[in-house]
Design a protein around this ligand. Structure first.
Ligand code: DP6
Length: 356
């Protein structure tokens, strides 16, 4: 009796140009393109095993050992349905293949970091889900094609199908068939860039990305300016900076875009505050660190960015990391860098971890 099972894993990605706003909430089509860096060490990953069997009665999913409901018409069921549809197309072309598209699946997913830590677990989670089903079904699909499905699980998940530097092109077709992830440059193109994650708080966030961005679309006039006049140019400029390995431009654009994303959150009615006093203190530290470097005739040495929560991600060339960690530890004495990755999430205070 054959066993049909496959395992895949996907890492978290952190955006430099932020996705914030949907033009179609069902298909998850964004109001602007975005660009991220996929973190590539072993921690901050989701690993997912999918199994198809004729004896299974219905699709089921376990996340970190607890069963999650697969709601009819919800994001999980959409992704599973779309992957089965792709499998069916393959089966239609080759009658000798087992009819896996007709079997129910059991899916088991695990994050090697706490799900509620304010890090992008839905991005790695849906990317790993889609990758494991693609392996199970032996689909001849490219990462960009799979990104079309992962996008419908969580927008940012489409970018975790690739490593390195990844753009999510917003596309223009109403059916979303051109709203997909593409590689800007592989990781090996610029291995010198590292990310330092500072977990400021591991509380579950107050306003979810999904509801927060919807409120922004409905109420913020600044978002309209951002979509039309700011992001298209920034996408071009940061892609060029990545291709040229120009950290100064990359850092400047990354910080500007994080700032504008949080300004747009503040411009939402009622306003959304994702950063807290510690987040702002880290910004002040990085600004001062860069100011001193530039005043001495040098270039920017680090870039901060914040998603929909208070935790900082600091991008920097490897040679500056030691200095940055020392600064963080000096000004945030409760910080505990370089421990076991799980110690990161111990509680309040800034805790850091260097991630390649
Ligand atoms: C601030 O991808 O979590 O991290 O599509 O509703 O699931 P949904 O939202 P999600 O939003 C991520 C927002 C962000 C910016 C980014 O990753 O680009």
């Amino acid at each position: 009796m054959a066993i049909y099972q496959a395992t895949a894993s996907a890492p978290v990605n952190i955006a430099c140009i932020k996705y914030w706003g949907k033009r179609d909430t069902k298909l998850i089509l964004p109001t602007n393109s975005s660009l991220s860096v996929t973190l590539d060490q072993d921690h901050l990953r989701s690993t997912t095993t999918s199994r198809a069997d004729p004896s299974f009665e219905k699709d089921r999913l376990w996340l970190n050992s607890a069963e999650e409901e697969i709601k009819e018409g919800g994001r999980l069921s959409t992704c599973i349905r779309e992957m089965k549809r792709m499998r069916k197309e393959v089966e239609n072309k080759d009658a000798s293949l087992p009819k896996l598209s007709t079997y129910a699946v059991h899916i088991c997913s695990r994050n090697n970091f706490p799900t509620a830590a304010g890090l992008a677990s839905s991005a790695s989670g849906f990317a790993a889900l889609v990758a494991s089903l693609a392996a199970l079904y032996q689909l001849p699909a490219s990462p960009s094609e799979l990104s079309l499905i992962a996008r419908q699980g969580s927008g940012s998940a489409c970018r975790s199908l690739f490593g390195g530097f990844v753009a999510w092109e917003m596309g223009s077709k109403p059916d979303g068939s051109d709203s997909l992830a593409v590689e800007v440059a592989p990781r090996e193109h610029w291995p010198d860039i590292h990310a330092l994650i500072c977990v400021v708080s591991d509380d579950k966030k107050g306003t979810s990305s999904t509801s927060g961005m919807q409120r922004t679309v409905e109420t913020s006039t600044l978002l309209q300016h951002r979509i039309k006049y700011v992001v298209p140019e920034r996408m071009e400029a940061i892609s060029a900076a990545i291709r040229a390995r120009d950290f100064d431009s990359f850092a400047r654009i990354t910080m500007q875009d994080s700032n504008q994303f949080h300004a747009v959150a503040l411009d939402t009615d009622p306003p959304i505050f994702y950063m807290n006093d510690v987040s702002r203190a880290i910004i002040a530290l990085i600004v001062e660190y860069n100011r001193v470097a530039v005043a001495a005739g040098g270039k920017l040495k680090a870039a901060y960015t914040y998603d929909a929560g208070p935790n900082a991600v600091i991008y920097a060339p490897k040679e500056n990391l030691k200095e940055i960690v020392e600064l963080i530890v000096k000004y945030f004495p409760q910080a505990e860098p370089f421990k076991d990755p799980f110690a990161l999430f111990g509680g309040a205070g800034v805790q850091g971890r260097v991630v390649d």
